[in-house]
Structures are given as C-alpha cells and as structure tokens.
Design a protein around this ligand. Sequence first.
Ligand code: SF4
Length: 202
Amino acid sequence: MSAPSSALALRSARRNALASLPAGFVVYRGPSLIDGSPIVVIVNTITSSENSKIGRMAQVWFLRSDVAPNVAIKSGRDVAICGGCPFANDNGCFVDMRPLMSVWHAFERGSYPDATPEQVGELIALAYNMGKNDGIRLGAYGDPAAAPFEVLEALALPVKGMGAATTGYTHAWGGYNAPGHLTHGAGTTHPDTLPTPACRRS
Ligand code: SF4
C-alpha cells in the first residue's frame, strides 16, 4: 500500500473508531477525596455537536455512585463531589438538572463502560485531531478535587499535548484532604488545567 493510501486508511480507521464510541466512559470508581463517599468520574460527549450550548468539549462529571444527584443535592450528600462550594446542598447550583440526571440514568443503566483515563484522554485527543471537539472540560458537574489528581492528569495530558483546550474549576485551592492533588497538580505542574470556571458555567 502506498504512503498516501496508508494515511487515508489510518484516517478512515480513526473515523470509524470515533463513530462507534459508547455514549461515555467511567474512568474512576472509588472514594471521594473530599469525604470518602463512593463516587464515579464519567466522561461523555467525546465527539460533541456543533450546537452544544456549552461548546464542543468532552464533559467530565463527578457523581456519587450510591445516590441520585437530585437526592444527594437535597440531603447535603453532594458534599462528596462539591466539597465546600457555596452552591452545594441545594443552595443555588445552576448546573442544569436535565443533562445531569440523564448522565445519572445512563450510568445506572450501565451505558458507560469502564476505561482507563489514559485511554479516554487519547480518544479525546484523537477526536480533537479529527475536528470532533475543542478539548476537555473537567467538571460539567462537581469539583475535580473529589477525584485523584492522577485521573485528571491522565485525561488532560493527551488533550493538552494536542494543543486542545482543558478547562476546569475547583473550590479546593485551600485544601480539603487532597493537598497533593492541588499543590502538585493544579497549583504547580499544570496551572492551566483547573482554574477556569467549569460546572459554574453550565
Ligand atoms: S457549582 Fe459545581 S461544585 Fe458548586 S454545587 Fe454546583 S456542581 Fe457542585
């Protein structure tokens, strides 16, 4: 096969891979770094639509895995993924509940297979390379400080390596119980990974 046809075949294979993606992936199941409650980190919209209100970004959702978001919000159990945010505990969070509950129900149905954050980061980078998104948004719902920094880093680095956007926001600059997450990760090594508002802009 000639070099140009090889390149075309590779491009076709990549396009096919993106076309057959599931609706999203679970990249972390484990304790919240904020309070130890069970949480999941879900990534969806890896190939985003042009008309998305929130831009063509792969979205990262931080959810409790043991209780629906609407119940967690009403009972204050959203502290596990929102920490000290002043809008938590049913206090005015303006994240749209419809997509949030849609993600929750899809998770409950088992629509999101498990994958490593490295694998999903590479997929997002590939989608960016194919013109299918503009980057990754770390925190469509919840605070990234709830999850291990290594998970966020593995998601973001391939995307950053492609020159795509990485946005996120945390209320946890001062602490919680994740100082390594914040000082090693967001605060010094990758200062542009977390400081831009994310879930607050839904
Ligand atoms: S703005 Fe973000 S961190 Fe604050 S309550 Fe809403 S989802 Fe949670």
